[in-house]
Ligand binder design. Sequence first.
Ligand SMILES: [Zn+2]
Length: 83
Amino acid sequence: MIPFILVLMILPLVLLGLALALGTRARDKWGINLKPVHCPACRSPMPQIRRPKSLRQALWGGGTCERCGCQLDKWGRRIGQSP
Ligand SMILES: [Zn+2]
């Protein structure tokens, strides 16, 4: 019998691991992308060390293209409206 408190401690870790694994497969915000991405608009590579420009970028990854200013998610997909 596993102590209940141990289950309470381990369960969130298991759920987090599951979210990361499924998110990486589905390419959603929970996933982890270790591959370099390029801007979909101007094809310029995104810097590997990113400086988040918003809370969303800090939390979920992605960034703003230095060249054309369009917003990407961590998978290199465009977000929102482009100028
Ligand atoms: Zn760009």
